[in-house]
Design a protein around this ligand. Structure first.
Ligand code: HQG
Length: 179
């Protein structure tokens, strides 16, 4: 498959596995997994295509594994708006994390802190380059905020790391942010 087709299928899989499984007649289990065969039928794609998207995805957005029942299953590693419990264990974060966003919303973030909006968690990046890529999705001028994760952890805030390396937190109060 060429790159454009990979991206197209990846976006459809994101919609089906993170946001609107109902639109595809899918019912993820509480941890967000659906049987791979169900996804194939719902999206009318082949197993080869799914494997190619899972392996070739720039951000490793999806994970495939064999369940205890011997059935292969697939889920998104993060980014859901449907309720899921990914079963991630709280993990000590690096001292600093980063959040890339649009410069236009920085005043609001510095007043209210980072909020998770429609997703389950606030998404934080382990390095500036990744944060810049995340922020650039918004168009306009990108701003990178520095999160004092060491201080947050000391103060009892929990962090999680998704299977694809995105750091997640419930919220980031403004006191831990530097613009
Ligand atoms: C902003 C992509 C005003 C926040 C990426 C962000 C990521 C506030 C937007 C993943 C705010 C939410 C998530 C406040 C937060 N006032 N704006 N108080 N608090 N915001 O898309 O972090 O490609 O839900 O800065 O790579 O941009 O989907 O979050 O701009 O990992 O795999 O509200 O999405 O991954 O936007 O991106 P999003 P995000 P995928």
């Amino acid at each position: 498959m060429d790159h454009r087709d990979l991206v197209r299928v990846s976006k459809k899989m994101s919609l089906a596995l993170r946001h609107r499984p109902d639109r595809f007649g899918l019912t993820p289990d509480p941890a967000g997994w659906v049987p791979v065969t169900d996804l194939l039928a719902a999206l009318r794609i082949s197993r080869t295509v799914v494997d190619e998207v899972v392996a070739g995805n720039d951000k490793q957005r999806f994970a495939v594994e064999r369940g205890a029942d011997g059935v292969d299953r697939v889920r998104a590693s993060q980014g859901h708006s449907i309720p899921v419990d990914l079963g991630l264990a709280p993990t000590p974060p690096p001292d600093r994390l980063y959040h890339g966003t649009s410069a236009a919303v920085v005043p609001s973030i510095m007043a209210e802190g980072l909020r998770r909006g429609g997703r389950h968690h606030v998404h934080l990046s382990p390095d500036v380059e990744t944060a810049r890529r995340v922020g650039a999705r918004r168009g306009g001028q990108v701003a990178i905020l520095i999160v004092d994760a060491a201080a947050m952890a000391r103060d009892g805030h929990l962090f999680y790391r998704s299977a694809n390396g995105v750091w997640l937190a419930d919220a980031v109060p403004a006191a831990y942010l530097t613009a």
